[in-house]
Write a protein that binds this ligand. Structure first.
Ligand code: NAD
Length: 468
């Protein structure tokens, strides 16, 4: 039997047509998912709308308890979900792979359960009572990408539910299986209709983003699709959180110890095979340490094995899909043809599947696609600079601004430069570190709105002022 295509009102439904999900480790379809149809999308929205009033009026402590039950269920089924994730996404089970992603999902759910929604008082005395209450918005559509499917679904679902909204989730057609199983399991912890999901091709999403009964869309994906979401949501003036693409720059100052920073730079760039929104995607290295940094990164890269995610010794898996694989091939080939130097990797691995090795590209320059565009894969361009002002200008010369980093042994100087990076998060001597209590989001064409913690929760309610 195929993976169910729709879960609404607590019911698990098949769909009419099937679509195949490919195992990126061999390129073959390994499972079929029932494609939800438009009617099922409407039923899911209707179920979420029906269940909203009761869920919204629950005592806060009851919703907190429900989220904690969700975390317990994910924890109990973490290995099962992680195996499904490895099969469809490609990332290894261990290390910073699918089990790590499940641990993140559990941690974020538990933290979101602890957040409070207090009533704020501007004034409360014999002259006036002015109180600010928080009210959930209604039905939230959650639309997720294929790189961290479970974790990103949790980032969207949990604060929405915590604030009293109900949810219809649509996973990426590349990685729907673990998400549909997650939603199925979470039905045990939530009243029917509070969390619903529909699986299918991209064409399902506009039904949600234009639906009059959807109050808000949480979208994580590419900038190009984010623009479509915004256009589609405009007629009904939906609230939006758009977490879009990035092309994060890291700048290495002359005072670093190359071997001391190599591991941090490497994982900043290559976590999840580079298929991470806030991965380090352009590395600017001062001329005086350029070759030693390249050497240290190459040495570290030689210890990383790329292989099937279900093999214990694989540290990185395949690229998730053919389209992304072709893009990485094209960007690296283009950089090489334009004069860049391949330090390691640089060509697909032999055999089936979308395997591309860790690739370090030295003497990269602006104007190369690998520098100017988001590669979203295991290839890092390394650009030489001699003037920090020039490096900062190049780093900021981008229409996106998700994250950025400065690498230096002088922390106070690094912080000053970090604050001049045009992005949502500036790291010092690390890249991509995120936490459930710290806001995360982009500026410029990386989107708007933030996720995580109290600031993230703000995105899921409106303020109701009571003034007498
Ligand atoms: P994508 O934009 O192709 O797809 C994302 C989701 O949008 C999928 O579920 C897809 O089915 C859906 N979709 C497709 N067409 C749509 C439409 N017209 N309206 C609404 N939804 C539609 O992105 P992807 O390739 O899955 O993900 C990779 C991109 O996501 C990268 O650019 C990456 O940087 C970005 N990303 C950003 C963050 C962040 O937090 N900023 C996190 C992860 C990924």
């Amino acid at each position: 039997m195929a993976v169910p295509g729709a879960i609404h009102s607590g019911r698990i439904e098949q769909g009419h047509d099937l679509f195949g999900v490919v195992n990126p480790a061999n390129g073959d379809v390994f499972e079929y998912v029932a494609q939800a149809d438009a009617e099922q999308v409407h039923s899911a929205v209707a179920a979420a709308k029906r269940s909203f009033p009761a869920w919204a009026s629950l005592a806060d402590a009851d919703r907190q308890a429900a989220l904690t039950r969700c975390a317990d269920i994910i924890e109990k089924h973490a290995d099962e979900l992680a195996r499904l994730l490895t099969a469809e996404q490609g990332k290894p089970f261990g290390g910073m792979g699918s089990r790590f992603e499940l641990d993140g999902a559990i941690g974020w759910t538990r933290h979101t359960a602890t957040l409070s929604l207090p009533v704020e008082f501007v004034q409360d005395d014999e002259h006036a009572h002015i109180a600010i209450h928080r009210r959930p918005l209604g039905v939230v559509a959650a639309i997720t990408p294929w790189n961290w499917p479970i974790m990103i679904a949790i980032w969207q679902i949990m604060p929405a539910l915590r604030a009293g909204n109900t949810v219809v989730l649509k996973p990426s057609p590349y990685t729907p299986i673990s998400t549909m199983r997650l939603v199925e399991l979470l039905q045990q912890a939530l009243p029917p209709g509070v969390l619903n999901a529909v699986a299918g091709q991209d064409s399902l999403a506009p039904i949600l983003t234009s639906h009059p009964d959807i109050a808000k869309v949480c979208f994580t994906g590419s900038t190009a699709t984010g623009r479509k979401v915004m256009g589609s949501a405009a007629p009904t003036l939906k609230r939006l959180t758009l977490e879009l693409g990035g092309n994060d720059a890291g700048i290495v100052l002359p005072d670093v110890d190359p071997s001391a920073i190599a591991e941090g730079v490497f994982w900043g760039a290559f976590i999840n095979n580079g298929q991470t929104c806030a991965a380090l995607k352009r590395l600017y290295v001062h001329d005086s340490v350029y070759e030693p940094v390249c050497d240290a990164l190459t040495r570290y890269a030689s210890t990383i094995k790329t292989g099937p995610g279900d093999q214990d010794d694989s540290i990185l898996g395949p690229i998730q899909n053919r389209m992304q694989f072709d893009k990485v091939v094209q960007l690296v080939d283009g950089a090489r043809a334009a004069g860049a130097r391949i330090l390691t990797g640089g060509a697909p691995l032999q055999g089936p599947g979308y395997f591309y090795p860790v690739t370090l590209v030295a003497d990269a320059e602006p104007g190369m696609g690998l520098v100017d565009d988001e590669q979203f894969g295991p290839a890092l361009p390394i650009i030489r600079y001699s003037d920090i002002e020039d490096a900062l200008a190049q780093a900021n010369n981008s229409d996106v601004g998700l994250g950025g980093s400065i690498w230096s042994s002088n922390i106070s100087m690094a912080r000053q430069f970090a604050l001049r990076l045009e992005c949502g998060t500036s790291w010092v001597n690390k890249h991509g570190a995120i936490r459930p209590d710290t806001p995360f989001g982009g500026i410029k064409a990386s989107g708007f709105g933030v996720e995580f913690g109290h600031h993230g929760l703000n995105e899921f309610y409106s303020l109701r002022v009571l003034h007498d």
